[in-house]
Design a protein around this ligand. Structure first.
Ligand code: PLP
Length: 405
C-alpha cells in the first residue's frame, strides 16, 4: 500500500504559496509587484563582481570536486578570522561547519537535537522554516509570543511558561524576519539566563546581523557563557549571494562538554549530503576578504525604502506598524473590520490589484492580522504599490457601504 508522510503534506510556505495566483494575474496582462521574497537579487542589487570572478576562476582551475563535508579548510579558516575581527569571537575552524545556506543549518540543528515528539521554542511570529523543519522530523515547534506593542520583542515569561521536559532548543532570531525587530541587551540576557537555568541549547539565526537600519546590533552570544550556543549565519543577504546557497554554523560551548558531540552530530548529517558547493566556497572566501562597499550601498537604499514604506503604511487607513530597526522587512498590522483577515486581504489584493504581499498568519499564529512586505523594491514601485492598495481600500469601502456591512 502506498503511504505518504502526513506531516509533509501539512507543510505550508506562505512566502511562495500565492505564486500560482500571481502567475494567473500576470497572464491577464497585469504587472504584478512582488513584495513577497526577501531576495535583494530580485530587485536592483547584484552580487559583487570580485566574488563572481573568484568563483569562476576556482572552477576554471579545477575546484569542481566534492569538498570536505564540513567545508573547505581555507573557508573555515577565513570564517574563524572573520568571527575574530568582526565579532571578537574565538572559534577554531574545527568548530565551524559550512552549510548549503542557513536553511541547512536550521535543518541540521533541529534534526540533531530532536526525536519525534520533542519540542522547540520558536519566536511567534516566526520565520516559516522554524515551524516546518521540526514538522519534517516529527518534532513540534512551540511559538513564544513576541509582543506587538513593544516592537515584537520576545515575551520571556511566555517562553518560560512554554518550557516542558521535552523542550530541546530555543530558537532566536535578531534582527528578526518577519518583524524587523532588533533585540536589546536586557531581553537577550533574560533569554540566555532562562536557557542556562533549564540547560537548553540556544540556536541563534544571525543572518541579518549586518543589515541594521537604526540602533546597534547586540550579538546574543555576549550573554551565553553558560549556554550551549549555535550561531547560524551566511552569505545570502549580507554578500548578496542568495542563489549560491552558502551559510555556516559555529559552536560556542564554554563548558567544553558538548562541542565535539555537536560537531560530530552535524557531520553525520553533512556527510550524507556530501558537501557544500565547492566553487562557491572559494567565492565566499573572496567575499569575506573583499570589503563591505556593497553592504553600505544595500543599507543606504534599504533605509530610504523602509522609511518610505513606513510613511505610506502610517498614512493608510486601518494600518499601523512599528518602524523596523533592521532587515529589509516590514510587518504592518491591518484592521480586520476594513481588510478582512490577513489571508483574505493578501489574496484579494493580489487578484484585484497585482500587489503580492505575504499574509501574516503564514508566519505562525502570532502573525495573524498582519502582512509582511519586503522593503527592497525601488521607491517608484513602493509608491505604485500604495496607489494600488489605496484603490483597493476605496473599492472595499464602497462595497461595504453598498451592502451596509
Ligand atoms: C531568518 C532567516 N533564516 C534563514 C534564511 C535562509 O537563508 P539562506 O539563504 O542562508 O538559506 C532566511 C531567508 O530568508 C531567513 O530570513
Amino acid at each position: 500500500m502506498t503511504k505518504f508522510s502526513e506531516n509533509i503534506f501539512k507543510i505550508r510556505y506562505a512566502i511562495r504559496d500565492l505564486v500560482p495566483v500571481a502567475k494567473a494575474v500576470e497572464r491577464k496582462g497585469v504587472k504584478v509587484i512582488y513584495l513577497n521574497i526577501g531576495d535583494p537579487l530580485r530587485y536592483d542589487f547584484e552580487t559583487p563582481r570580485h566574488i563572481i570572478e573568484t568563483m569562476y576562476k576556482a572552477s576554471l582551475s579545477g575546484h569542481n570536486y566534492y569538498s570536505d563535508s564540513q567545508g573547505i579548510y581555507e573557508l573555515r579558516e577565513a570564517l574563524s578570522e572573520h568571527l575574530k575581527s568582526k565579532y571578537k569571537l574565538s572559534v577554531p575552524p574545527e568548530h565551524i561547519i559550512v552549510t548549503n545556506g542557513v536553511a541547512e543549518g536550521i535543518n541540521f540543528t533541529i534534526r540533531l537535537f530532536t526525536d519525534p515528539g520533542d519540542e522547540i521554542l520558536v519566536p511567534g511570529p516566526s520565520y516559516p522554516a522554524y515551524i516546518s523543519t521540526p514538522m519534517m522530523y516529527h518534532a513540534v515547534a512551540k511559538e513564544y509570543r513576541c509582543i506587538p506593542d513593544e516592537g515584537f520583542i520576545p515575551d520571556v515569561d511566555d517562553m518560560r511558561r512554554k518550557i516542558t521536559p521535552r523542550t530541546r532548543l530555543i530558537m532566536i532570531n535578531t534582527p528578526n524576519n518577519p518583524t524587523g525587530a532588533l533585540y536589546d541587551q536586557k531581553i537577550l540576557k533574560d533569554i540566555m539566563d532562562l536557557a542556562a537555568e533549564f540547560n537548553i541549547p540556544v540556536v541563534s539565526d544571525e543572518i541579518y546581523d549586518r543589515i541594521i537600519l537604526k540602533g546597534e546590533y547586540t550579538p546574543p552570544y555576549k550573554f551565553a557563557d553558560d549556554v550551549l550556543y549555535i550561531g547560524l549565519n551566511g552569505f545570502s543577504k549580507q554578500y548578496l549571494m542568495t542563489g549560491w546557497r552558502l551559510g555556516y554554523m559555529y559552536i560556542l560551548d564554554k563548558s567544553g562538554d558538548y562541542v565535539d558531540r555537536v560537531v560530530e552530530g552535524v557531520l553525520k548529517q553533512a556527510r550524507s549530503r556530501l558537501s557544500p558547493n565547492t566553487p562557491a566556497q572559494y567565492g565566499a572566501i573572496a567575499a569575506l576578504k573583499g570589503g563591505d562597499k556593497h553592504l553600505g550601498e544595500l543599507i543606504r537604499k534599504v533605509r530610504k525604502r523602509t522609511e518610505l514604506f513606513y510613511k505610506l503604511v502610517m498614512e493608510t487607513e486601518g494600518m499601523d506598524v512599528h518602524k523596523p530597526r533592521a532587515t529589509f522587512y516590514i510587518f504592518p498590522r491591518i484592521d480586520r473590520e476594513i481588510y478582512g483577515d490577513d489571508r483574505e486581504f493578501a489574496l484579494n489584493l493580489l487578484k484585484n490589484e497585482g500587489v503580492y504581499i505575504v499574509p501574516g498568519s503564514g508566519f505562525g499564529r502570532y502573525g495573524a492580522g498582519h502582512f509582511r512586505a519586503v522593503t527592497l523594491a525601488p521607491e517608484n514601485l513602493i509608491e505604485e504599490s500604495f496607489q494600488r492598495i489605496w484603490r483597493y481600500l476605496r473599492s472595499v469601502k464602497s462595497l461595504s457601504q453598498k451592502t451596509g456591512s
